[in-house]
Design a protein around this ligand. Structure first.
Ligand code: FA5
Length: 347
């Protein structure tokens, strides 16, 4: 009987070695150590044998049963590992490789349309003797509101929904007019500068409104500045940008930091004035709020209001870009889609 067990073990070894898949292994397992398998058969055969035989054959059977069980587990693991390796070899992916076709912006060849137009405007103003100034995105209440004649109780604060920081003292600037305040702090009149940059407002987006957009501030302070000077600079700017005479209109506009204040609108170039989502079907696009600098603002800037006055404007840069390139939705501008940006590639 002991020899029978040894033979059985040899048979098993040969079979398990040739088994190539899980089903074959499970089949072998059932045939050798299953409830009605070969080991059980042997144990049944010695049911009526002597105690000594039962002891020796029983012990040997158990020993072989354990060994077979271990070999079966090992074989199963090996088959699973082989399967995984085979799968990996078939569906091989090198996660360390970057997609060479993917544009990272670096090889996108060109500037963003906002940068293109911003640079052009800067060049136009530089040619007219203006300086280019910059200012921080994170501002304090004083530079964004207070020094622009918008005290904390002023309802005009509601015109610009603001992202405040938790200290309630700092905010993301809502307009580039902050650069007026900083320019007056660093300059003595007469002076003239423009200040482009990103501004932030907490508002619902649509075809002409974004949460983060660009403005370009301008300020000129000198003796005897008039509205005629203001209109001259604005018309020069727009005809240079659009490379043709554009139709504009001036409407009275309220901004606490100018007096009188105007809204300079441009005939919508997207629809030619017929009405479209960009101009909200009005045929006109509000582009250039401007006005004569309010004396209170000059006083905050420590400028002698008896001697000096000036004008200021705050151009909506994204909207100008939209007019220039006939872009029908401002959300394309910041959407990050390189297929969009590449259309304007210029150096
Ligand atoms: C101002 O921000 C004033 N600081 C401008 C100013 C400067 C007036 C100097 C007088 C003197 P306003 O909120 O209207 O004004 O914004 C200026 C321009 O930014 C608008 O004409 C428009 O072109 C653009 N703009 C305003 N809100 C948005 C927005 N959510 N998305 C895109 N462009 C916007």
């Amino acid at each position: 009987m002991l020899e029978k067990i040894e033979n059985l073990k040899r048979e098993f070894d040969a079979e398990i070695q040739n088994a190539n898949d899980k089903n074959a292994v499970l089949n072998i397992k059932a045939r050798y150590i299953g409830k009605t398998g070969k080991i059980s058969e042997i144990l049944n055969e010695i049911r009526d044998a002597s105690i000594e035989v039962k002891k020796s054959v029983g012990a040997k059977s158990n020993e072989i049963k354990i060994e077979i069980g271990e070999k079966i587990d090992k074989k199963m693991q090996q088959i699973e590992t082989d399967e995984i390796n085979e799968n990996l070899a078939k569906n091989w992916v090198d996660v360390t490789l970057t997609d060479s076709k993917k544009d990272l912006g670096l090889n996108c060849a060109g500037y963003h349309p906002v940068s293109i137009v911003q640079r052009e405007i800067e060049d136009i103003f530089i040619s007219m003797g203006f300086e280019i100034l910059d200012g921080p995105h994170i501002e304090d209440d004083y530079h964004n509101f207070e020094a622009l004649n918008i005290p904390s109780t002023h309802p005009a604060r509601d015109m610009q929904d603001t992202f405040w920081f938790s200290d309630k003292k700092h905010l993301l600037r809502t307009h580039t007019s902050t650069i007026q305040v900083r320019g007056m702090e660093s300059h003595k009149p007469p002076f003239k500068f423009v200040g482009p940059g990103k501004v932030f407002r907490c508002e619902a987006t649509d075809a002409s409104h974004e949460v983060a957009f660009h403005q370009l501030e301008g300020m000129l302070v000198d003796e005897n500045v008039s509205v005629a000077n203001l209109i001259y600079f604005m018309k020069t700017l727009l005809s240079e940008i659009f490379k043709k005479e554009v139709e504009v209109r001036l409407r009275p506009g309220f901004f606490p930091f100018v007096e009188p204040g105007f809204e300079l609108d441009i005939r919508c170039l997207n629809c030619g004035g017929k009405g479209c989502p960009v101009c909200k079907q009005s045929g006109w696009l509000e582009l250039l709020p401007c006005g004569m600098v309010h004396p209170n603002v000059l006083k905050y800037g420590k400028i002698d209001t008896e001697k000096y006055n000036g004008f200021a404007f705050g151009l909506g840069l994204d909207r100008l870009v939209m007019m220039r390139y006939k872009i029908d939705d401002i959300r394309h501008i910041h959407g990050g889609d390189l297929r969009f940006v590449k259309q304007f590639a210029e150096f």
